[in-house]
Design a protein around this ligand. Sequence first.
Ligand SMILES: Nc1ncnc2c1ncn2[C@@H]1O[C@H](COP(=O)(O)OP(=O)(O)OP(=O)(O)O)[C@@H](O)[C@H]1O
Length: 349
Amino acid sequence: MVRFAGISKTYPAYRGKPGVNALQNIDFAIPRGSITGVIGRSGAGKSSLVRIINGLEKPTTGRVIVDGRDISALAGRELRLAQRSIGMIFQHFNLLSSRTAADNIALPLEIAGWSKADIKARVTELLALVGIADKHDRYPSELSGGQKQRIGIARALATRPSVLLSDEATSALDPQTTRAILDLLANINRELGVTIVLITHEMSVVRQLAKDVVVLDAGHVVESGHVADIFTHPKHPITQSFLAEVIGDSLPVSLASRIVAAPSAGGQAVIRLQVRGAGAGDTLVARLARELGLDVSLLSARIDEIGGQQVGSLVLGIPLGIPGEDAVTRTLAFLSQHQFPAEHLGYVA
Ligand SMILES: Nc1ncnc2c1ncn2[C@@H]1O[C@H](COP(=O)(O)OP(=O)(O)OP(=O)(O)O)[C@@H](O)[C@H]1O
């Protein structure tokens, strides 16, 4: 388990630059064996947080407890020993170009004083675990980004850590390789029980791998909890903006170009609504038609899944035919009553 208790981090003023409160009042726990995403925009404090977990940075106040030990209180040899139980992988892999794949993986074991025979056996095991047994004697320059990250993962796991910190580990990889690396991390979590902390600015990474999420903004935790709960009911604007990256709020060009501000006889009002929660959108159009007696049409739909819950947006066309009745007001009231956030975008002919 990793527990932050009252953590704050202030970088002092330096050469005319003002001091920075990078983290403030951070209190949360990452359960043992979980996969937790820490998501935030650039400058939110993610790297500061991760450096505090592995003791590379001291917090200004507070403690970080990893498996019962207060990492922030350790120094010297004690800290180095504790760091063996915290592996880390990086965006740019941080491999030594003069060493082969096997020798890169061996490095932390050499530092830990393992015998040559034990190192050889462990490296062979790790290369197989990360799926590159055939790359034993290859140098980093001969390998793809995904293969280099596999070496990074093997090296991070060499001393059998209980926690693996991933600092933007897939940010330099293409989507297909990212998927393969995230699948590998999921397997490692499942098979070895390693707690994984994923530091990322990418919603797709959190969505694919994490079960829990902590949303950081300007040095504060603004939301935390299960991925499905947080992203089906996002409260903070930052969380909402991450969600928008997945579901998008852009309209198909063919529809957007037809929307005008004023209604025309026989036309339709255009209403966009957000759908969140299991199966929420499925019956909505039918219920609107039945309960309001409207011949609603579906102009566009985009539904995705996060943590097994549906999130997305539907764009509805509401017929304007009945004089004296405001179909738009009735539809918006119905959607609001059933807690679907909605907006009236205009009209199409
Ligand atoms: N060593 C340092 N000295 C001074 N300020 C720092 C230092 N490291 C980080 N900061 C500042 O602290 C704040 C948080 O930075 P941090 O790198 O932790 O954020 P981040 O979320 O990881 O951002 P990014 O994704 O861009 O790396 C920023 O305002 C940054 O400029």
